[in-house]
Design a protein around this ligand. Structure first.
Ligand code: SAM
Length: 262
């Protein structure tokens, strides 16, 4: 049996036991859904949609492909995908949170599905690319999620994970922690009058601070059969993990499977 790798330990300041984590996260995003794009703009000064679109292009997204955007939230990555593909019907967004999906529906005309990364309701070998933007810290277990991602990707299909990583520089850590834990909660409270939005920012930093290191994420991807696994870092803390499902695989009986196996 494979070892369970939660992205971060139980954060008792927010929920008591592991089993309570997903319902806490669901409630948090439900409370903050209406303000999510507004908070995002304060965070990245409006560069977020362009960054997401360019990351998809860097990972190899091209017209004609089919993209699954896991943890689509308000649809910021999915919208970038629809722009690159030139057709919103070629992007499917999936998220467990009905509040976030309601916001996504206002901006996206393509299919939206309610569901979790750990149990994707799609057939195997269905998508050319799978993206997940800033949500890896919210899955229950990296092994289970990556196994699902590989299953639904076509042979040769590509995976793109965008994530905020704990900065290695102490000064940068201090700057980002202060921004997330003090400045943004204060700004969101005064500009939205909404407390869950401030709570979301505090939780955001704590999950970044306690998240498993990037090397573990890269290891778990490789262990789950992904190849060409890479991580690029922008501005010291924005990580782009890119990986591919092999074009051919060896089954338990030793036979070659996949598009190159003919
Ligand atoms: C920070 S938002 C990211 C939204 C979007 N991808 C973006 O780039 O802005 C995190 C999203 O992860 C979703 N989420 C939480 N638990 C999840 C799970 N187990 N599987 C998939 N998505 C999950 C939340 O509902 C939320 O919409």
């Amino acid at each position: 049996m494979t070892e369970s790798i939660p992205p971060h330990p139980v954060l008792e300041e927010y929920y008591r036991v592991k089993a309570d984590r997903q319902s806490f996260v669901d409630e948090l995003f439900d409370g903050a859904a209406r303000y999510y794009n507004h908070i995002g703009r304060m965070l990245d000064l409006g560069s977020g949609p362009m960054y997401r679109r360019q990351a998809l292009q860097r990972a190899g997204l091209k017209p004609g492909m089919r993209l699954l955007d896991v943890a689509t939230g308000t649809g910021l990555v999915a919208r970038g995908g629809a722009e690159v593909l030139g057709d919103p019907r070629r992007v499917i967004g999936i998220d467990p949170n009905s509040g976030m999906l309601r916001e996504a529906r206002m901006a996206l005309s393509g299919p939206l599905v309610r569901g979790r990364a750990e149990v994707l309701p799609f057939r195997s070998d269905s998508f050319d690319m799978l993206s997940m933007g800033f949500a890896l810290r919210h899955v229950e277990d990296l092994e289970i999620a990556f196994d699902e991602y590989r299953r639904v990707l076509k042979p040769g299909g590509r995976l793109l994970l965008l994530e905020v990583s704990r900065p290695t520089s102490r000064i940068m850590r201090w700057v980002i922690r202060t921004h997330f834990q003090r400045v943004l909660p204060w700004l969101t409270r005064i500009s939205t009058g909404n407390d869950p939005a401030g709570l979301l920012m505090r939780y955001y930093w704590d999950t970044i601070d306690r998240c498993v290191p990037p090397e573990t994420i890269l290891d778990v991807l490789r262990r789950n059969g992904f190849v060409d696994v890479t991580r690029r870092v922008y501005v010291g803390f924005l990580s782009e993990y890119v990986a591919a499902k092999p074009r051919r695989s060896v089954s338990a009986d030793g036979e070659m499977r996949g598009i190159d196996a003919a």
